[in-house]
Design a protein. Structure first.
Length: 204
């Protein structure tokens, strides 16, 4: 079964999209549609919140009829991706879960900043140091974005584990109460039985 979600954005904001998370049910796929213009660049990253589940497939393909495959992997716990739209239209990002249990996934994507030097300015600003500074700035920006995304994923993982621990603690508490009730009941029954036994023996 495949679910598709249309993200109402054209990846035109340089701030991109903050880290998102989705839970992919076992044996299903979750897809997100990115509306992009031709030659627009997009980068992002992903992380499987529950590390035990390694049967997660991730694919990014372009619009039909070419359906260009930009990125494809399976069994990778975390990673980065980057692509340039081959044509204008809906680019599709899909997560498929081939495992036997649900898998929470954190991911983020953003449009890369366009070249900061326009065609009209290229004749003036063509020095290697300017180009180098621009590249360094873009690398720093991408690195900071990925660091922030990773912090979001860590918070998601912490919340996921905390929920699991709380559920386990609750079950342990209830079982402890049940065991205590059974022990108390057995103790009372034994006391009453022994008392009755000695009373009968005394009368005899």
């Amino acid at each position: 079964m495949k679910h598709r979600t249309l993200l109402g954005l054209f990846l035109s904001l340089l701030g991109g999209v903050s880290a998102l998370n989705v839970e992919v049910k076992s044996g299903t796929s979750e897809c997100f549609i990115l509306q992009m213009e031709k030659s627009a660049a997009c980068s992002g990253n992903f992380e499987i919140i529950e590390e035990e589940n390694q049967l997660i497939g991730i694919t990014i393909i372009g619009p039909k009829p070419s359906s260009t495959v930009y990125f494809e992997t399976i069994g990778q716990a975390e990673g980065n991706f980057q692509f340039e739209a081959a044509s204008t239209g809906d680019q599709t990002l899909c997560f498929s879960n081939q495992g036997d249990k649900d898998a929470p996934i954190g991911f983020a994507f953003r449009e890369d900043a366009a070249d900061l030097i326009s065609d009209g300015d290229s004749a003036v600003a063509t020095e290697e140091n300017i180009v180098s500074m621009i590249e360094v700035g873009k690398d720093l920006s991408q690195g900071l974005d990925m660091l922030l995304d990773h912090q979001q994923y860590m918070r998601m993982r912490e919340e996921h584990h905390r929920s699991a621990v709380q559920g386990t603690n609750s079950k342990v508490l209830w079982w402890t109460l049940v065991e205590a009730a059974i022990l108390v009941s057995m103790s009372i029954w034994q006391i009453l039985y022994i008392r009755k036994f000695f009373e009968v023996k005394r009368y005899v």
